[in-house]
Design a protein around this ligand. Structure first.
Ligand SMILES: Cc1ncc(COP(=O)(O)O)c(C=O)c1O
Length: 395
C-alpha cells in the first residue's frame, strides 16, 4: 500500500490530480512515497526524452553549476546559448534562434516574429493567422486563440483576434483564407498531440508550403511535442521533407528543465531587430547547457535509428493489442508518439493503468497517449502493453 499523498495545500486547484505523490525516478520508472514503482509512458508529457535521472542531463547540470553561472539575463552573451542555437540551426534550416521558457511562449514569439516579417515585407493589414481544428498551441492569450478547444477558450474570451481555423486536409479552405492577403502565417503541429495524436499527411504539409509561398505567408511548424527525436527524426517535418519558415520547440529541449525555442529562417531573422522581443530567463547558461547536451545526444543518427526501431516495436505491440481488444478502434502516431483510439472515454483506462503500475495520459476524450522516454527498452514496452491490456479489460 502506498503512503497517503501530500494534500494540495496552497496550490491553486488548476490540475485534476490523482491521490499520488511521486518521489523519485530512474530511466523509465518513477516511485511514489509508498515505494510503489510505476512504468512511465508519459515522460512528463513528452518532456523527459532521455528518461529520469539521465546521466546526460545530470552531467550537463553539474558542469554548468561548476562554472557558477545559472543565470545572467540576455544583457550579455553566454557560450551555451550560442552552442545550442547552432545545434538547432544545423539540424533544421539556416536561420537564427530565440530562447524562452515554455511551449506557449515559443508560439507567442513565433506569432510576433511572423507579424514583424509581414509588417516589414507587406506593410500593415497582413496580421492574421490560420490554425487548424484539433490544434493545441498553448494557453496564453495569443496561443489560446490558435487552440481549437472551446472548453479552454470560452471562459477567457476575448482571446487575441485574427485567427481563422481550417480543417486539416482542406486545401481549398486554407487557400480561401490566404487569398485575401491578410494572413501573416499558418501554424500547424506536424503531429497533433493534445488533439488525439494525429500525424498530418505529408501531402497536406506540402500543399500548405505551396500556398504560403504563393500568398506570401509564413509557415510555422509547432514541434513542441513531436520534435527533437520523438518521431524517430530530429524534427517530425523531416519525414515529409517540407521545411517551415519558423519552428517552435520546448518540451524535451532541456531534459525536463523549462525551456522553449523558436528557430526562424534567414528571411524572417533579417526583419528582427533589438527590442522586438525579449524575456529575462530565456536561454540562461544552465538550461542552455542542458539543452545542448540533450540535443547533441538526440541528434546522433544512431540514437534516432534506435527510436525508429523502438517505434516499430511499440506500434506492432499496440496493433496486436488492438486485434485482441474490441475496445480499440485504431492506433495512430509516429515513432514513440502513439495514440490508442478507444471506443469510449480514455480516462477510466488511464486510471486502471495507473492502478496496475503504468502511467499514461489521455490525448482528447477517447485516446490513450503513449510518449515514453526515448531511452525505453523493448522489454519495458512489452511490460507496459501487458498492463495496458489488463487496464482495458478491467475498466
Ligand atoms: C504542440 C504543443 N504546442 C504548445 C504547447 C504548450 O506548451 P507549454 O505547456 O510548455 O506552454 C504544448 C503543450 O502541451 C503542445 O503540445
Amino acid at each position: 500500500m502506498s503512503a497517503p499523498a501530500v494534500s494540495r495545500g496552497a496550490l491553486l486547484p488548476l490540475y485534476a490530480q490523482p491521490d499520488l505523490e511521486l518521489e523519485r525516478g530512474e530511466r523509465c520508472h518513477v516511485w511514489d512515497t509508498g515505494g510503489r514503482r510505476y512504468l512511465d509512458f508519459t515522460a512528463g508529457i513528452a518532456v523527459t526524452a532521455l528518461g529520469h535521472a539521465s546521466p546526460v542531463v545530470r552531467g550537463a547540470i553539474e558542469s554548468a553549476l561548476s562554472r557558477g553561472l545559472v543565470h545572467t539575463s540576455n544583457l550579455y552573451r553566454t557560450r551555451p546559448a550560442v552552442e545550442l542555437a547552432e545545434l538547432l540551426v544545423e539540424g533544421s534550416f539556416p536561420g537564427g534562434v530565440f530562447f524562452c521558457n515554455s511551449g506557449a511562449e515559443a508560439n507567442e514569439a513565433a506569432f510576433k516574429f511572423a507579424r514583424r516579417w509581414a509588417g516589414t515585407t507587406a506593410g500593415p493589414g497582413k496580421h492574421e493567422f490560420v490554425a487548424f481544428r484539433g490544434s493545441f498551441h498553448g494557453r496564453l492569450f495569443g496561443t489560446l486563440a490558435a487552440t481549437d478547444r472551446p472548453a479552454y477558450r470560452e471562459p477567457f474570451l476575448p482571446v487575441m483576434p485574427g485567427v481563422r481555423f481550417a480543417d486539416v486536409g482542406d486545401v481549398r479552405g486554407v487557400e480561401a483564407s490566404l487569398s485575401g492577403g491578410t494572413v501573416a502565417a499558418v501554424i500547424i503541429e506536424v503531429v497533433q498531440g493534445e488533439g488525439g495524436v494525429r500525424p498530418i499527411p505529408p501531402d497536406f504539409l506540402s500543399a500548405l508550403r505551396g500556398l504560403c509561398d504563393q500568398h506570401e505567408a509564413l509557415l510555422i511548424f509547432d514541434e513542441i511535442q513531436c520534435g527533437l527525436g520523438r518521431t524517430g527524426r530530429l524534427f517530425a517535418w523531416q519525414h515529409a521533407g517540407v521545411v517551415p519558415d519558423l519552428m517552435t520547440l520546448a518540451k524535451p529541449l532541456a531534459g525536463g528543465l523549462p525551456m522553449g525555442a523558436v528557430v526562424a529562417s534567414d528571411r524572417v531573422a533579417e526583419t528582427l531587430k533589438p527590442g522586438d522581443h525579449a524575456t529575462t530567463f530565456g536561454g540562461g547558461p544552465l538550461v542552455a547547457s542542458v539543452g545542448a547536451a540533450v540535443t547533441r545526444t538526440i541528434a546522433d543518427p544512431a540514437f534516432l535509428e534506435r527510436v525508429q526501431e523502438l517505434g516499430r516495436h511499440l506500434v506492432s505491440g499496440l496493433e496486436s493489442l488492438a486485434g485482441r481488444s474490441a475496445r480499440v478502434r485504431t492506433v495512430r502516431g509516429l515513432g514513440l508518439m502513439r495514440g490508442l483510439v478507444l471506443d469510449g472515454p480514455a480516462a477510466p483506462v488511464v486510471t486502471a493503468a495507473r492502478e496496475g503500475g503504468l502511467l499514461v495520459v489521455p490525448a482528447g476524450p477517447d485516446v490513450v497517449r503513449i510518449v515514453p522516454p526515448l531511452t525505453i527498452t523493448e522489454a519495458e514496452i512489452d511490460e507496459g502493453l501487458d498492463i495496458l491490456e489488463r487496464a482495458l479489460t478491467a475498466s
